[in-house]
Design a binder for this molecule. Sequence first.
Ligand code: NCD
Ligand code: ZN
Length: 350
Amino acid sequence: MTVMTTRITIRKPDDWHLHVRDGEMLKAVLPFTAKNFGRAILMPNLIPPVRTTADCIAYRQRVMAALPQGSNFKPLMTCYLTDDTDPDDVERGFRDGVFTGVKLYPANATTNSAAGVTDYNKVMRVLERMEKIDMPFLMHGEDTDPEVDIFDREKAFIDRYLSKWIRQFPKLRFILEHLSSKDGADYVKSAAPQVGGTITAYHMMLTRNDWFGHGLKPYMYVMPVIKTARDRTALRKAATSGEACYFLGTDSAPHPYARKVSTNGVPGMFNAPVAIETYAQVFEEEGALDRLEAFASLNGPKHYRLPPNDETITLEKTSWTAPEEVKVAGPDERALVYRGGETIAWKVAG
Ligand code: NCD
Ligand code: ZN
């Protein structure tokens, strides 16, 4: 007889890759993450980006001001790497507890990455310094060479750059974010523990057939793009394996509705309202609910050398309907929600 699990309690999870934006959008979306997660690594790709310790202190204050009353959610901040990033400022920000890591956006790889790195030679001094002070390096790991097919960008980045950098900086801790391919997942395991990788729930739920196989779903347009069923299977196996090199990063990335549903739409999917619930579904489908805690709450802190959260959350097998959209005050109006209108099988208790 198989007994169906209907309730699971895990240490409070953390989100190791999250966009909460700024202004009214920040106020509208932050509560969804603060409710279920203890901490989150906040992405610095604002306009203008969070480039310096001073920018970051100011942004962190705006985030704290947007938190619901009584929340003890802790934002972990990142520095947006540019060709001109000053290693001394990075070190100061890290030592003062302002920055948790530095984030690489290859120039023009994704949303708000125009100020990203145009020439990796220009940032080697920063990587040297980070290695020296043991500061994590987070990467949007895609090669933007126009000759590289968009479905091969992750692999090209690994082959051309990351595989060299791990030897050049043997003590630097890397995070390959939002793994989207079998190649990416396999590589991280081969380079662990120096390299860790985050996995979104949507890269484990969707294939490109879902995205444009029967009607174009603009909200499924993300970077790195959603790939094949084979890639999805590899990512599901990786996340549910219990291996310490894989951990949770939602890449929840809200955009105003009009910018998503457009003739020139932007990449990024707002999934915070269904995040931990969707991961729970994936782990249940893979028969690995007993490994959800490692992926969601233990492996990330271990890679970042932080203690896991003391609190817990309980997930129950209770269905509910995800909201189609979240209202945003001002001209942005609203953001589409991933799985909006769908029945969600798991629910966070309390
Ligand atoms: C993110 C965003 O909207 O900021 N978009 C996305 O498609 N994931 C940026 C990113 O993480 O690439
Ligand atoms: Zn992102």
